[in-house]
Every structure is written in C-alpha cells, then in structure tokens.
Write a protein that binds this ligand. Structure first.
Ligand code: C2E
Ligand code: MG
Ligand code: MG
Length: 530
C-alpha cells in the first residue's frame, strides 16, 4: 500500500474511530431515554387501570348482590341498609342507589327522602350496564360523578378517583376510557382519543405522538383502557441525562481507538523502512528445517527459513516481513541476502554430503531479476555445491504469469537447479498448466496435513493432491507433519519426503551439521556391518 493510501485510510479510520463510539453513545442514550420514559408512562397507565379495574370489581359485587337480594323491593329499608353497607365497605364507591328510568329514587346517602333526575345514559354496554359520565347532584354542584347502573341498581363514583395519581407531575395527562366510547370516563390533561386505536390487538403499547410519549394499557377484565401521556420534555431530559454519562465514555473509547489506529498506521508506515534497515544492519538470519525421507527417516535436506531479529531482541516471522519486502521492492535484495548467508554457513556441509540439498524460498520478483541466475551460480561456487544441491521453492502464486513461469522454470531447469512448487493446494493452478512447467517437487501445504484424520471438510484433499503429483510425475514433500499418525498416513500413500515438527523445528545450521555427522557415522557403521 502506498504511503498516501495508508495516510488517507488511517485518517478515515481515525474519523470513524472517533465518530462511531459517539454516534453509538447518542443512539444508546436515545434508546435508554425512550425506554425509561416509556416505563414511567406505562407505570402510570397500569396504575390507573388497576384502580379502574378495582372500582369495576367493587361495583359488580355490590350491584349484583343488591339485584339478587332486593330486586322485589329495591327501595325497602332492608335494601337501603344493604346499600349503606356496600357504600361504607368499598373504597372506590361513593354511593349506591336505585334508578327508575332516569330518576335516582332511593340511595345510600338520601334513603327514600329525596329523588334526583340523572338525565339520560351516555351509553349502554353489551351486558346491559348503563354509563353516565357526568352527573352532578344539587347538594354538591361543583363535583362531577360517574354513575354505572345495572338491573336498576347504580353505583356512584367520584369522577377523578381512577386518575387520582401522579399528583407531583401535573403535566402528565391521564385518562380511563370505556372502549365503547371515544369520550373518556375520567380524564386529566390533554388526551387524544385516537391514541386508543394505536393499541391494536396488543395489551400494552408505548409510542411517541406529537409532543407526547404515550402509553396505552387495556384491561384484562373489563372493556376499559387507560392512557398516560408524558410530555416529550421528560424524554429529552432523560436522554440528555444518559448522554451526559455515555458521551464522555464514547469520546474516551473513540480517542483510544483512534490512538490505536494511528499507532498501527505509524507502525505500518515504519515497517518498510525497518525492513530496509534490517537488511542494512544484517539483522536477518537463517534457520534450517530438516526434510526427511519418510521411509528411512534419514535427513535428505533442509529448507532455509528466514528470521529477523530486531534490535530489541524480538524475532519477527517471515509471514510478516516477506510480504512487506515483496510490496516495497526489497525481495530481490532479500533473496540475495539469503544466498550470502548460505555461502557463509553451508559451505562445508555439501562437500561432505554431496547428495544433500538445501531449499530456499523465492518470490515472483526474483524471476524478473536479470541478476538472479548469476547470483545462484555465484552462491553455488561459494558453497562448493552443484546446482542439484539447491532446490528453489516457489508458490503457485509465484507461477501465475504463464509466460514468465515457463521461460524461467525452463532456464533454471536447464541450469541444473531443482524446482519445487510450495504450499501446493492453496492456489488455483490447473493440472494442464502445471503439466506445461518443468518441476521436480510438489510440497503439500501444511493445512491439508493438519486435516488428516479429522472431520474437516479438507481431510480428503490430501489424497487428491497425491494423485495429482503422481500424474505430474513429481516427488512429494509433505509440510507441517506434527504426528506419527500423519507420517504413517503419508508413508502408506507413497509420499516420499516429509518436513515438520515431528522431525525437527527450524534450527541453527550448527545443529544440522551435528545431526548429519551422527547420521553419517550410523551409515558408516551399517555399511561396515554389511
Ligand atoms: P513455507 O516455505 O511454506 O515454510 C514452511 C513454514 O511452515 C515455515 O514457517 C515453518 O516454520 C512452518 N512449519 C514447518 N513445520 C511445521 C509444523 O510441523 N507445524 C507448524 N505449525 N508449522 C510448521 P516460517 O518459517 O514462519 O515461514 C513462513 C513462510 O515465509 C514460508 O512458508 C515462506 O513462504 C516464507 N519465507 C520464509 N523464508 C523465506 C525467504 O527466505 N524468502 C522468501 N521469499 N520467503 C520466505
Ligand atoms: Mg517453502
Ligand atoms: Mg510451504
């Protein structure tokens, strides 16, 4: 990635890093604010519905008892006594009486002494109860009552009793409706009857309408519903309360995230320069991993794997710095360095073991380097080795350009070098294409060896790869063998060579030399015995 691209990308990420947590904090405050005020509104609505249900229950019990016991003589002294008992015994009912037409002919408060006309009923329900929403008695003309009558017996209740709640918040509007009428039975403040319709089939609903957050709750026992409407001001206050708590947290998180992004971007920009200086300061070194003959267990060669020891002692994996070197045009220099290191370290070994090979990893860019071939020959001279001692490992990706691949592999082969296709199975090369190249080894990628004997979907792939290698007449090296079971599986299927922790991790060259010395001694002893 170019420097400008890194700068632009990190700036964009940094902006997103600051913006996202703040946006999240605000969205979260709005959500929490809405939830809190909805809970409050629903609590008011449930409370007044509870009072209204309780009133309904007291009326039903009282009025039904009167109808059962006193239907024949509804205004008899015994009936009036029963009315008084109900009146005194129930918390929500103010009075009980008997109606003939629209006239209250006797009652718990006036006996038979005075009669009042109540005016016509506002509506009747399906179970023959009649409702009067606004009844005034001459002895208390400023108070308004609700009168509910059934079978002639009527209960009088104070109009404001169900909504006698939330006194400390007078701007909260409250109402109880019979769901047969759009006029409330009892109301405080501003209520839109249309809000009832928003309930649909639900038992409860909370929503914002105009300047209110509205909660509607339906009774489970009666055809009634309660509404509480809280001014939106409550919601705004609540939201900004939550925001005051959350936004600083969001800001801090955003700042931290941004710092992390900027730090990583700086690292990213600094890495190519660091790799360059690693080359200059000779911080790169090689480790060697044995490649064994799977049948005999003998070491037949090693793969040279690069490491970078940073000045602070940290060892950096090639998976990290090789791609950077490839992107920033340093890989040719790196391959040269690998060859230099080989000359320094491996010179003696190949003279003592002429059949031994050393594999190095090369990149696509090496194929375009005009000095590549000369460099290889120079290295061979330095090591006192023959071209056949050197295996060049190149990935399928490295062979992507067919013209370059065919020419280069042809030239290298004619010069006597052996070629291996690395990480096989992770690219997309077709069989026909591979057939057209001059190759010697196929290295089966570690991921397929790992899958052997597991339930992984790729567990069968290794068999296909073995069949491909046979078709192409290539020797096989299985990478990443960690268990004897994997080795046995591969051995049984004719894979010739193996590499992996089971046989040895990448190690300094001195350890390779020591091992080869031991191996040679054992061989010599075996030859003597024979
Ligand atoms: P690669 O060429 O496929 O090398 C094999 C990798 O598998 C090595 O990782 C090795 O340490 C690891 N390995 C071997 N056996 C086992 C095992 O049993 N288990 C596990 N988990 N891992 C195992 P390493 O050394 O980190 O190298 C990674 C890659 O970096 C190499 O993959 C190669 O593509 C690249 N690389 C290394 N050195 C060079 C170099 O000098 N030049 C270039 N161009 N690429 C290099
Ligand atoms: Mg390799
Ligand atoms: Mg590999």
């Amino acid at each position: 990635m170019s420097k400008t691209a890194v700068v632009v990308l990190s700036l964009l990420l940094a902006m997103a890093g600051i913006g996202a947590p703040i946006w999240f904090a605000i969205a979260q405050s709005e959500r929490q604010g809405f939830e809190a005020v909805s809970r409050q509104a629903l609590a008011y609505a449930r409370d007044i519905l509870l009072r209204s249900d309780e009133t309904g229950a007291q009326i039903a019990v009282g009025v039904d008892r009167l109808a059962r016991d006193h239907a024949a003589a509804p205004c008899s002294p015994a009936s009036i006594d029963a009315m008084r008992e109900i009146d005194v015994g129930s918390s929500y009912i103010q009075a009980v009486g008997y109606l003939r037409g629209d006239m209250l002919v006797c009652s718990s408060f006036a006996g038979q002494s005075s009669q009042f006309s109540l005016g016509p009923a506002d509506y009747r329900t399906a179970n023959a109860a009649s409702f009067r929403r606004n009844v005034r008695f001459p002895f208390a003309p400023q108070r308004s009552f609700i009168v509910i009558e059934r079978n002639g017996f009527a209960a009088v209740i104070h109009k404001d009793l169900p909504i006698d709640t939330a006194k400390s918040e007078p701007d909260v509007s409250l109402a109880v409706f019979s769901r047969q009428s759009t006029t409330p039975l009892s109301v405080r403040g501003h209520i839109e009857p249309a809000w009832l319709g928003r309930l649909g089939k639900a038992r409860e609903a909370a929503f914002v309408d105009g300047e209110h957050l509205v909660a509607v709750v339906r009774s489970e026992h009666y055809l009634t519903a309660a509404i509480a409407a809280v001014p939106l001001r409550y919601l705004r206050e609540r939201t900004s309360d939550v925001a005051r708590r959350l936004v600083p947290v969001g800001l801090a998180a955003g700042a931290l995230l941004t710092l992390a992004i900027l730090y990583l971007a700086r690292e990213q920009m600094a890495l190519p320069a660091a790799v360059r200086s690693a080359l200059r300061r000779e911080e790169l070194f090689l480790l060697y991993q044995p490649v064994v003959d799977l049948q005999s267990g003998r070491w037949v060669g090693v793969e040279a794997l690069l490491r970078w020891r940073r000045p602070n002692g940290e060892i950096v994996s090639p998976e990290l710095f090789i791609p950077i070197a490839e992107q920033h045009g340093m890989i040719v220099r790196i391959t040269e360095r690998v060859l230099e290191l080989l000359c320094k370290e491996a010179a003696g070994l190949l003279a003592a073991h002429p059949g031994f090979h050393i594999a190095i990893n090369v990149s696509p860019a090496d194929f375009h380097d005009p000095g590549f071939l000369d460099g290889l020959h120079a290295a061979l001279r330095g090591m006192g080795a023959a071209p056949g001692n050197l295996i060049l490992e190149v990935t399928e990706r490295g062979l992507m350009d067919p013209d370059v691949a065919r020419t280069t592999t042809g030239v290298l082969r004619r010069n006597g070098f052996a070629l291996a296709i690395d990480d096989f199975g992770t690219g997309y090369s077709s069989l026909a294409y591979l057939e057209s190249l001059e190759l010697d080894y196929l290295k089966i990628d570690r991921s397929f060896i790992e899958a052997i004997g597991t339930e992984a979907p790729t567990s069968q792939v290794v068999q296909h790869i073995i069949a491909i290698a046979r078709d192409l007449d290539l020797s096989m090296v299985a990478e990443g063998i960690e268990s004897e079971a994997q080795a046995e599986f591969l051995r049984a299927r004719g894979v010739q060579y193996g590499q992996g922790w089971l046989f040895g991790k990448p190690m300094p060259f001195a350890e390779v030399v020591a091992h080869m010395r031991g191996q040679a001694a054992v061989q010599a002893m075996a030859a003597n015995d024979a």
